[in-house]
Design a protein around this ligand. Structure first.
Ligand code: SAM
Length: 212
């Protein structure tokens, strides 16, 4: 995600505590209370500018969404979308996914979305991929039993290494598409990256996996 320096972004994020949770560790074990309605929680890691998660929140009012994004300069655009649409079923966390255990209790999250995660193509950076084993352990610790990860990317190398990571972890592969936009999958909501790369002719890979 292209990150322009926005020195004002941090200040803006703190002005909307109804949408941006600044001390998420205080909500650990109590996320149900943070939303108007007690309903399943789906999180997206690396939310970027929020096109996907705000689209999902609009399309699925019976789900609560939490967007997790490291970069304040991009998550602030996700905040703008939420403010504009006054979405009651979405919160944002400007934090690193490495620390998710500090913010969620076991079983608080029903599904994890990973969309166009940074590919980290060099072997020596493999541990930074959000589908690396250490991240799969973190997700398992916060997900419900038999929780799911839904993952899509245009990067074939990342997709292949992720499938191997899921397989090594013995996670069940329940859906796979090697060309999402030419498949019969319905209800796809595009991310910023997906829109950009698919318009340039890139193929989109997608899978769903479930912990046993
Ligand atoms: N999902 C968006 C999309 O498809 O348009 C953004 C994709 S962008 C390539 C990846 C995003 O993940 C970046 O905004 C980056 O800051 C964020 N990110 C990477 N590692 C992260 C981490 N450990 N925790 C939270 N966000 C992370």
């Amino acid at each position: 995600m292209r990150q322009r320096n926005k020195p004002w972004a941090k200040d803006k994020l703190v002005q909307y505590p109804q949408y941006v949770i600044s001390e998420p560790e205080k909500n650990k074990g109590k996320w149900k209370e943070a939303f108007d309605k007690d309903q399943p929680i789906h999180i997206e890691i690396g939310t970027g500018k929020g096109r996907f998660i705000t689209g999902m929140a609009k399309a699925n009012p019976d789900i609560n969404y939490i967007g997790i994004e490291l970069a304040d300069s991009v998550i602030v655009t996700a905040l703008d979308r939420i403010i504009e649409d006054e979405l009651p079923n979405i919160k944002l966390l400007n934090v690193n996914a490495n620390d998710l255990r500090d913010y969620f209790e076991k079983g608080e999250v029903n599904r994890v979305y990973l969309n166009f995660s940074d590919p980290w193509p060099k072997k020596r950076h493999a541990k930074r991929r959000l589908t690396y084993r250490s991240f799969l352990e973190i997700y398992e610790e916060i997900l419900v039993d038999k929780g799911e990860i839904h993952f899509k990317t245009d990067n074939q190398g990342l997709f292949e290494s992720s499938l191997m990571s899921f397989s090594d972890y013995d996670i069940l592969l329940t859906y796979v598409s090697l060309d999402l936009h030419n498949s019969d999958y319905e209800g796809n909501i595009m991310t910023e990256y997906e829109e950009k790369f698919s318009s340039r002719g890139s193929r989109i890979f997608r899978c769903e996996v479930q912990y046993r």
